[in-house]
Design a binder for this molecule. Structure first.
Ligand code: SF4
Length: 358
């Protein structure tokens, strides 16, 4: 059983700000020794997203790392889908637009998987489905890490917190593909009208239409090119792109297993902070922010990412029940988010049992 330290939003006011709460939580989970190079893993939000973690929270953590004798850098990785974080140049531009700069952070921002998202270290994990996973180089080679995760819903895993940030956010493009590849979709040829709208959405050129004998004037998915990340689904006006039936469970299984890669690379020297504010249904990779599904909860911190996410989900569910919103995180996408925590636990990323320390 691991300790999860909780600072409630209900206690926030002029005498106890969110900054004060971070300062109280940080020493309880800091793995930092004097002289350590410390990765500060964040998600700066896609261009257009307005509910990502705030720069002032990251700046507070950076200053605390320096006070502890560490040498911090702020970091994130490139993504698999079309958007403004596909390569390091676009990612740094987006981070700047969203307020994350060397000046505001008091630390350099380094894209952990390099210019094109292929700079990584292969880490053996020996899971049920993944033998190894490619961890972004600048994260794998740091001495230790502080991970700050914004809790929110997620269309693939139901919930995005620390495990999502480890098992996806700390990987290069190859690692992300290993997690997502179970999502390679098919085309419903009854529905497809051959409009070609989806072709522009896929940066990998996996959606095609040859006009050949097999496919005629319908789209098809080239599975040799497709990464399975499924951002194409929303682009089709006919809802003709069909994901595999069991994709949510299979993806969560891989996500949970992949989470142990960065933990092994850093010999477990990671402190985790979950920011449970602005609980949008979609993740910060969306280029918009939809209305929230729950009121704010607060901030939790732990040295165990599985305990931390389990406690975050339980606290959100409690808040929703208090408000008479009888659903829970599970109902946001109709996906049980605990599946990826179970697989993370199985592979040794942490423990779902926790003690909440308020
Ligand atoms: S967007 Fe939909 S309907 Fe249009 S070509 Fe692609 S799959 Fe077919």
């Amino acid at each position: 059983m691991s300790k999860v330290f909780f600072k409630s939003v209900d206690n926030i006011g002029p005498q106890q700000t969110q900054i004060d709460q971070i300062k109280e939580l940080f020493p309880k989970i800091s793995p930092i020794k004097k002289g350590d190079i410390v990765a500060v893993k964040i998600h700066p939000g896609e261009y257009g997203n307005t509910t990502h973690i705030r720069p002032v929270i990251v700046r507070t953590v950076v200053d605390l790392i320096k006070e502890a004798g560490g040498i911090p850098f702020v970091t994130d990785t490139t993504v698999l889908y079309k958007g403004m974080r596909f390569n390091a140049v676009d990612l740094l531009w987006t981070a700047e637009v969203n307020g994350f700069t060397q000046a505001s952070m008091n630390a350099p921002i380094i894209v952990a998987d390099g210019l094109l998202g292929d700079d990584s270290v292969d880490v053996e994990i020996k899971g049920e489905v993944l033998d190894s996973i490619t961890v972004a180089c600048a994260i794998a080679k740091a001495d230790c890490m502080i991970m700050i995760s914004h809790c929110k819903g997620h269309p693939g895993s139901g919930f995005g917190g620390a495990i999502k940030n480890l098992g996806m956010g700390c990987l290069d493009k190859d690692g992300k593909t290993r997690v997502h590849e179970v999502g390679r979709p098919a085309i419903d040829t009854e529905k497809c009208i051959g409009c070609g709208v989806c072709f522009d959405q896929c940066v990998w050129g996996a959606l095609k239409m040859d006009g050949d004998k097999v496919y005629g004037d319908k789209a098809y998915v080239d599975h040799d090119l497709c990464k399975g990340e499924l951002s194409c689904l929303e682009s089709c006006p006919q809802e003709a792109i069909i994901p595999p039936e069991d994709v949510a469970e299979k993806m969560q299984m891989r996500l949970g297993e992949a989470s142990v890669g960065p933990i092994k690379a850093l010999s477990g020297r990671i402190g985790y902070i979950n920011w449970i504010f602005d609980l949008t249904p979609g993740c910060d990779c969306f280029n918009f922010s939809a209305p929230v599904f729950s009121r704010n909860v607060g901030i939790v911190a732990s040295s165990d990412p599985v305990s931390l996410d389990m406690a975050s989900i339980d606290l959100i569910n409690r808040k929703m029940h208090e408000d008479g919103n009888c659903g829970g995180v599970h109902d946001v996408w109709g996906i049980d988010p605990v599946i990826h925590l179970e697989y993370a636990e199985k592979v040794g990323s942490g423990n779902r049992k926790y003690e909440l320390v308020e």
